[in-house]
Design a binder for this molecule. Structure first.
Ligand SMILES: CC(C)(COP(=O)(O)OP(=O)(O)OC[C@H]1O[C@@H](n2cnc3c(N)ncnc32)[C@H](O)[C@@H]1OP(=O)(O)O)[C@@H](O)C(=O)NCCC(=O)NCCS
Length: 160
């Protein structure tokens, strides 16, 4: 991924109500839509679209031309490579056994490889890797790594 310039020295289009951390670094041409929340130290490449009400946890890293639609949730330190599409209300998880005050919590954010697409409302479980060019169907619950170019649907998601 090419280096992005600081959020204040590049063309970032930020809509009303978006919360972008002062330590986020977003690439030229990236758009941040209404009420999106971009955490500390998030990095994006150029020409990304961060849709309305999207949440991007701190330390996450997006490549170039990543499009994230309304309401998607990305936990801290998620890795999203170039040209990935994330559909509306998709949820990426990083905590396999979520419990309040769990001091053994070990975050396992998913990894989305180049040009993969995540369908609307899909849930990607912790530590799962979605392979290059793979497609996750709308509403799928993905429990295992998805090979490159595969199409998976259902709960638990299976290749079709
Ligand atoms: C996965 C997907 C690409 C499959 O499309 P397709 O190859 O044209 O597949 P078909 O519609 O011919 O369906 C093939 C089978 O898979 C099933 N299927 C398709 N999509 C499914 C899904 N998301 N979840 C569960 N089953 C699905 C169909 O019911 C069909 O089953 P059958 O053979 O028993 O009748 C598509 O359905 C999908 O979910 N796309 C994502 C859309 C989306 O979220 N866009 C976001 C922006 S709006």
């Amino acid at each position: 991924m090419k280096a992005a310039t600081d959020v204040y020295h590049c063309t970032v289009i930020q809509r009303y109500g978006a919360q972008v951390s002062l330590t986020a670094r977003l690439g030229n041409g990236t758009e941040v839509w209404n009420d999106a929340n971009v955490g500390d130290d998030v990095y994006s490449g150029e020409n990304c679209v961060i849709g309305s009400s999207v949440y991007i946890g701190k330390g996450s890293c997006l490549g170039h031309d990543v499009h994230i639609q309304h309401g998607a949730f990305l936990p801290n330190n998620t890795i999203v490579e170039d040209e990935v599409f994330i559909g509306p209300n998709a949820t990426l998880c990083d905590d396999k056994f979520p419990v309040v005050n769990n001091f053994d919590y070990r975050a396992q954010p998913p990894i989305l490889r180049k040009r993969c697409s995540i369908g609307a409302g899909a849930v990607i479980l912790p530590g799962v890797e979605i392979g290059e060019g793979a497609l996750v169907g709308a509403g799928a619950v993905v429990t295992k790594n998805v090979p490159p170019s595969a199409i998976v649907v259902g709960n638990p998601a299976k290749e079709i």
